[in-house]
Design a protein around this ligand. Structure first.
Ligand code: FAD
Length: 357
């Protein structure tokens, strides 16, 4: 009947790296009654929206999804090509190759519990599922700290998410806020055409030498430990430090990496520190990161008092309060390699829990 919820066993929400990995494994495990609901109008997860200056040589590394190598979908010598073009192309080929049941654009607005089933409400009709793998990433939840006076500022404020090219800021004074990789990359671009002030909460730590597998595992283990205790995950950079690269050395050499501590107030014309020092600015660029996009799950009351979601399961993808729900690309799996592994663990554990394998 019109308006009736379409019944499935599993609904995967989001078709980025995490959702596609989960979908691949559901399919490989013989599951035929699942859908992938994706808000994007075309394949690619959050990648189509990355700034144009982010190329395959400036991303950290895009790990292969299971079953098809990224390099097999790239033309010759495409390392300088925009990640916002090549990764969506990879995902498009991937969805087609494995004939994954992705529906788009479908935005999940709310998930509610009705006995054994979960109702997945979307802007294109409802679904009724026995289990959910939520893979909605972070791109839709930009985070900007609450600083007094922010609404008074007469200049322009924007977040990493809204950044396109440095050319927009030519000749202006830009305050770049944030200590992560995105902050440093955008500071690099902007400081070539504008004067800049760089502000971070903590003294940035630059890591010499490659980030080895052991260090990677240790960093992930720290975040995993937090989510197993129900705490909000921290940003990966807070546990890994920033990799020292030739680009960063060049920034140091031209004086673009002079860092100031966080200001305490925003004025009409700039920012002010607790000791009264002021810096005027045309632009405040907030490279202050993202939070997990989990609003659609709010009706389920999964959050602890700390604001985190307590996670369990082999790779900490299962929600402790409701084992029918897995979060992939969340906390310890918020990287392309982590999302891959989490997709597999979530698909396997959820089907086992539902008695479907
Ligand atoms: P996303 O790619 O964000 O996909 C989420 C999908 O869910 C989107 O398609 C979105 O439309 C959809 N969605 C969201 N909400 C809803 C909803 N309510 N209903 C339906 N669909 C919804 N990691 C690396 O390992 N290497 C890198 O080099 C790297 N570079 C990065 C560069 C930048 C600038 C950023 C911000 C992150 C980077 N990361 C990198 C982290 C990496 O992007 C992520 O860990 C990973 O790609 C995220 O995949 P995902 O599937 O979790 O989310």
């Amino acid at each position: 009947p019109p308006g009736a919820a379409l019944k499935v066993d599993v609904a995967v929400i989001g078709a980025g790296q995490a959702g596609l990995s989960a979908a691949y494994h559901l399919q490989t495990l013989g599951q035929r009654r699942f859908v992938v609901l994706d808000a994007g109008s075309s394949p690619g997860g959050a990648w189509p929206f990355r700034w144009p200056g982010l190329t395959l040589s400036t991303v950290n590394r895009i790990h292969d999804l299971p079953g098809l190598a990224f390099s097999d979908t790239l033309g010759p010598d495409e390392t300088q090509v925009q990640a916002s073009v090549t990764v969506p192309h990879y995902f498009e080929v991937y969805e087609r190759t494995f004939d994954l049941p992705v529906r788009r654009p479908v935005r999940v607005t709310r998930v509610t519990s009705h006995g054994e089933r979960l109702k997945v409400e979307t802007d294109r009709g409802d679904f009724s599922a026995r289990g959910i793998i939520s893979a909605t990433g972070t791109w839709e939840a930009p985070f900007i700290p609450d600083i007094p006076g922010a609404d008074r500022f007469k200049g322009r404020q924007l977040h990493t998410r809204d950044y396109r090219t440095a050319g927009e800021f030519t000749g202006q004074h830009v305050i770049v806020v944030g200590g992560g990789i995105s902050a440093v990359q955008l500071l690099d671009e902007v400081s070539r055409v504008a004067t800049t002030t760089w502000v971070t909460r903590r003294e940035p730590v630059f890591r010499e030498g490659p980030f080895g597998d052991d260090a990677g595992r240790a960093a992930v283990a720290l975040v995993e430990d937090r989510v197993r205790r129900g705490l909000p995950p921290e940003s990966v950079v807070s546990v890994t430090g920033l990799p020292m690269t030739p680009a960063i050395r060049a920034m140091q050499a031209r004086g673009a990496l002079q860092r100031l501590p966080m200001f305490s107030e925003i004025t009409e014309i700039g920012v002010r520190w607790p000791d009264g020092t002021e810096v005027g600015a045309d632009v405040i660029l907030w490279c202050t990161g993202f939070r997990s996009a989990l609003d659609h799950l709010a009706p389920l009351g999964l959050r602890e008092a700390s604001g985190g979601v307590q996670m369990t399961g082999r790779l900490a993808t299962q929600v402790a309060r409701d084992p029918r729900i897995h979060l992939v690309g969340y906390g310890p799996s918020a990287s392309t390699i982590g999302a891959n592994r989490a997709g597999r663990a979530a698909a396997t554990e959820l089907l086992t829990f539902l008695g479907l394998r």
